[in-house]
Each structure stands twice: as C-alpha cells, then as structure tokens.
Ligand binder design. Structure first.
Ligand code: ZN
Length: 288
C-alpha cells in the first residue's frame, strides 16, 4: 500500500479521503514533522497509511491551505519540448536528446498559491512531476521506477519574455521567478497509481480547456529521463523532474496570462492544482 503526502502549514501529513493526519502526531514522534525529512521514510509512511483509518484525524483537508508537498529539493529539472505536438506548436524540431533546464527550488509554491507575474508574457505549462525516492548514480532505465517515490502535479510557469531575452535562450531564469513552480496538491506514492506511464494531464484556464494529453505521449519517458540525468548528477531523495508539457500553451496562440486568470491542472489519481495569476511589478532587462 502507498500513501498520499501533503504539506499542512509546513508539517508533513498523510491524506486519507477528506481528512489529513499529522505525521509526527500519528506516529507518536517516530516520524519527523518536516516534509523533506518525512520523504526519507518511504516504508514507514506506507505502514502508517495502513493504520491511520483507526486514528483521530488532525483535520479536514478542505479547511487548510496546502503548501508544496516537496519544499526544499536539492534539484528541480524541467524537460522542454517533450511532447511532439508541443514541439510543433512551438515551431521547434523534436529534440534528439532531452532538452533539460532547471527551475530553482525557490520558485516552488503550493497547489493554490498565487502566481506573481512580472510581465505580460507569462504562460502556463501543466505537467506531471516525478519525485525521486531512493537516489542514485547511473540508474539503468529498467530500474528507474524503483527510484521514484511518487508523483505530483506541477505548473511550469514561464515568463516567455525573460526566457527568450538572451540568445541562446535561458530557460532557467524565465521559469524560476518566485512562485513559478506551484506543485501539489499531494505527493502520491507510485504504489497508488495503477499506470504511471499513462496519466492524463488536463489544463484549464478560466474554465476553458487548453491542454489535454497523456504522458504515454512523452518523447522521453520517465525511465529514460532518470537514466539520462543520473549519468550526469547523483539524484537524491526529493529531487523533482517536471516531465514536460503537452501542446496548448498560451505562447503558441498569443494568449498570455493576465491578472485574475485562474489556471487549473488536473491529473486523475493525483488531484488538481488551481492557481490565480496576479500581475505585480515589471521586471527589466539591462538591454530594455
Ligand atoms: Zn515545462
């Protein structure tokens, strides 16, 4: 049996139905309250998830504001142009190798956090996010799923002006503004997901469906990405991989996010994240 892990006011919690259970409390202090600390206890979390139905819940999920289920990963990878249709709409050739960038961990935000936009060229990218469990180096693709703790939903918010302000473009800066990485609502362990290679990612803006595809259509699938990245850098518990976004992003149609827009991404079996966009101060490049 697996588990559903949430961040309630910075405290690791298990979710069961409508209720959450503070991990430190229900484990009577055996497990840490800190989310990153809890991630290291995969087996204990699964065992605890089996018995919480008999325990007193800490509260209702609907009554609290959730934080990101992974708070301080060492690394956050993003994969660009990893769906054929998205590469086509971006007028880019399909990559022969994974197009990898990083999002600074400081951009992570909760599943209902406001996105703070600093230009009129900000965009959504609904994505499946993989959370590394047991880390490693040179992980073979055939063993890669053993190193995945679970999955969550991510919004790879991108300021296209900042992203393409330099040539060649610097994806990392344009995608790492504070608040540009909402994730959640929970981390769902792999045991809870029947077919993690076929999850459907749907993104809706102000009620209008913009993206709808399945991760079965990833050009570079999760095992391939883990094998590739782990040859270069040792993966550690909590590292995140934003696996890429399907077609339908705003930039492809000149429809960028404006103040008040609400971006909702759903993956069946994981849940929904919903983020309101707020236009704040302008950012300026030296060359403006
Ligand atoms: Zn992306």
């Amino acid at each position: 049996m697996g588990f559903r892990l949430a961040n309630v006011a910075g405290r690791a919690s298990l979710v069961d139905g409508d209720h959450y259970f503070d991990i430190e409390t229900v484990s009577t202090g055996w497990l840490p309250s800190d989310v990153m600390g809890a991630l290291a206890h995969r087996d204990a979390l699964s065992e605890l998830a089996c018995v919480i139905a008999d325990r007193e819940p800490s509260g209702q999920v609907a009554d609290v504001v959730l934080g990101p289920p992974v708070t301080r990963p060492q690394k956050v990878f993003g994969i660009g142009l990893n769906y054929r249709d998205h590469a086509a709409e971006s007028s880019m050739v399909v990559p022969e190798n994974p197009l990898v960038f990083t999002k600074f961990p400081s951009c992570l935000a909760g599943p209902t956090a406001d996105v703070e936009m600093r230009s009129d060229f900000c965009d959504y990218e609904g994505e499946l996010v993989v959370v590394i469990g047991d880390g490693g180096k040179d992980i073979p693709a055939e063993n890669a799923w053993d190193h995945v703790l679970g999955m969550t939903i991510g919004q790879d918010i991108s300021d296209r002006r900042a992203q393409f302000a330099a040539k060649p473009p610097h994806f990392d800066l344009g995608k790492s503004f504070d608040t540009f990485g909402p994730i959640g609502p929970v981390l769902v362990s792999t045991e809870e997901i029947a077919d993690p290679g076929a999850l459907r990612v749907v993104t809706v803006v102000n009620g209008e469906e913009r993206q709808n595809d399945t991760v079965a259509n990833l050009i570079f699938d999760v095992p391939t990405l883990i094998a590739y990245l782990s040859q270069i850098t040792t993966l550690v518990t909590g590292d995140l991989i934003f696996t890429g976004t399907p077609s339908g992003v705003g930039a492809a149609h000149g429809r960028f996010l404006v103040h008040g827009d609400v971006v909702v991404t759903t993956i069946e079996g994981i849940g929904t994240i919903s983020n309101r966009c707020v236009r704040v101060a302008d950012h300026h490049s030296p060359g403006d």
